[in-house]
Design a protein around this ligand. Structure first.
Ligand code: ATP
Ligand code: MG
Length: 291
């Protein structure tokens, strides 16, 4: 699959109307996509093993979307084959009072994947230029200095702080992939209705979700501007069609596999001393009396 199609190139404009939410490329149905997803998941598992052994890079996958776009399902299906010891998922909700007593990147910094690990942010610091921008009154609760609170340029400055922080991370070994799950408003409605209709899904629904849906256009404008301002060559955004979940999951898995492959990961090369130690250990084990 050609995943460049979904990439937001650094410095380019984003027009979400040009991004089909129900795009499925050459795939006409779910069957082949599921098979290809399985292949990618198996490959991801191999690559993750080397990532962990090499202990040089980490991979941070940031997932942002409107409600019911399929973040949870995508994480579950894409990471299913990965060794749980090498991967962790963090969900960012409304900040706690402790988090509000720090700058907005603090809680993200605290939850970054260590070298060798894959970390997934289910929502992220981008909420600070999305939900907070759609509801600027939230800023009032962020304990900010007056100059910052009243700064007309606050969003551009936040974009810059995010770019600088991500750049710092990339230069220090954290690979970053940013995914926007692009679901249509109509598909969101259908998914909300099924969350209401099916008892097992009721817990996923809250009335607040419908209120946020009412701000759809404001959210799309903020997504567009955030992606334009923060998609960089090293920490790019991908706009992934999200109306067909099976395609979404495959596209994400392909992007992750391609990125890991591009790192040319290698198992650590043993020193001569270490090799001699292995031989020595082998001799000792073989010299033991039979059990
Ligand atoms: P689900 O799919 O289960 O609904 P979710 O990610 O939507 O998952 P919720 O608990 O429903 O989880 O929502 C979390 C809420 O927290 C979202 O509405 C999100 O916008 C909000 N949130 C996240 N980060 C921030 C932030 N920094 N400031 C304010 N609100 C935030
Ligand atoms: Mg929610």
């Amino acid at each position: 699959m050609k995943t460049e199609k979904f990439l937001v190139k650094e410095g380019s404009k984003v027009n979400l109307k040009n991004h089909l939410t129900d795009f499925t490329g050459d795939y006409t149905d779910k069957k082949q996509a599921v098979k290809d997803l399985e292949k990618n998941v198996a490959r991801m598992r191999e690559l993750q093993d080397v990532l962990y052994a090499q202990d040089k890079y980490s991979l941070l996958i940031i997932i942002q979307a409107m409600d019911a776009a399929g973040k949870d399902g995508a994480i579950e299906h894409v990471m299913t084959g990965v060794n749980p010891q090498g991967c962790h998922v963090v969900s960012f909700k409304q900040p706690s009072s402790e988090e509000l007593d720090h700058d907005f990147l603090w809680r993200c910094q605290k939850n970054l994947p260590a070298r060798g690990m894959i970390g997934i942010f289910n929502r992220s610091h981008y909420e600070e230029v999305l939900v907070v921008r759609v509801h600027p009154q939230i800023l009032q609760f962020q304990q900010l200095p007056d100059d910052t609170l009243n700064d007309k340029d606050i969003w551009n400055k936040r974009f810059k702080h995010i770019r600088d922080w991500e750049n710092h991370l990339v230069e220090n070994g954290t690979q970053i992939i940013k995914i926007f799950l692009n679901v249509s408003r109509a598909e969101q409605k259908a998914r909300f209705l099924s969350r209401i209709a099916e008892a097992d899904k009721n817990w996923k629904f809250s009335i607040g979700d419908v209120k946020e849906r009412g701000m759809w256009n404001e959210y799309m404008k903020c997504y567009k501007e955030a992606m334009e301002a923060t998609s960089t060559d090293k920490a790019p955004w991908y706009i992934i069609p999200a109306d067909k979940k099976w395609f979404t999951r495959l596209a994400i898995a392909e992007i992750i596999v391609k990125r890991l492959e591009s790192l040319n990961l290698q198992y650590p090369v043993l020193t001569d001393e270490h090799k001699a130690e292995l031989l020595e250990a082998k001799k000792m084990l073989e010299a033991e009396p039979a059990e």
